[in-house]
Design a protein around this ligand. Structure first.
Ligand SMILES: [Fe+2]
Ligand SMILES: [Fe+2]
Length: 185
């Protein structure tokens, strides 16, 4: 099963507009490094497609949830709401990893174990970021957006793409065998 949204999350949309990087209510952390992070809202790009529709949809949903979290911060939402968006994102990352692993396992992808280990590493990093709550929710939310750029987007491009390419090659190989068998029959 490939859930493409998180239950309870408000309808996520992939934001395409750039942000100003400034906070409307003045309550946010305004250090230069955090402002820089806030300006890097994630936009979906065609190059992120790994050409497996169900997985691409989940990747888009992940970006949408990160943007929903970022927007909650930008709009000066209450801490409770910001924390909810952080939790939705973390939960959804876990859901996505589990369903992606099941998908690869069903197709006997030989790199599954290494891929799983990378997922575990990523999830651990994400949970550690949430532990920095003492520095404030705004800080955590922005660190997570930065982490998405540094870790999740490259994961789509490297690990997920590699698995998808292997699956596509296998599919072509099997098709070729089937059509050869048909000719021989
Ligand atoms: Fe993925
Ligand atoms: Fe993955």
């Amino acid at each position: 099963m490939f859930p493409t949204h998180h239950e309870g999350a408000r309808t996520p949309t992939v934001t395409t507009g750039a942000t100003t990087g400034s906070d409307s209510n003045g309550r946010s952390d305004r250090s230069p490094s955090l402002r820089r992070i806030a300006m890097r809202r994630i936009e979906w790009k065609d190059e992120y497609d790994i050409d497996i529709g169900a997985i691409d949809e989940q990747h888009k949903a992940l970006i949408a949830l990160a943007n929903a979290m970022d927007e909650a911060v930008e709009n000066g939402q209450d801490a409770e709401i910001v924390e909810e968006t952080i939790d939705h994102l973390i939960d959804y990352v876990a859901v996505h990893f589990a369903s992606e692993e099941a998908f690869f396992e069903e197709r006997h992808f030989p790199g599954l174990e290494a891929h799983k280990r990378e997922h575990e590493r990523l999830l651990r990093e994400l949970l550690e970021l949430k532990e920095d709550l003492a520095l404030g929710l705004v800080h955590v939310a922005r660190e997570i957006v930065d982490w998405m750029w540094r870790r999740i987007i490259p994961h789509f491009l490297e690990f997920d793409r590699r698995a998808a390419d292997w699956i596509a090659r296998e599919r072509r190989r099997k098709k070729l065998h089937t059509s050869r068998d048909d000719v021989a029959a």
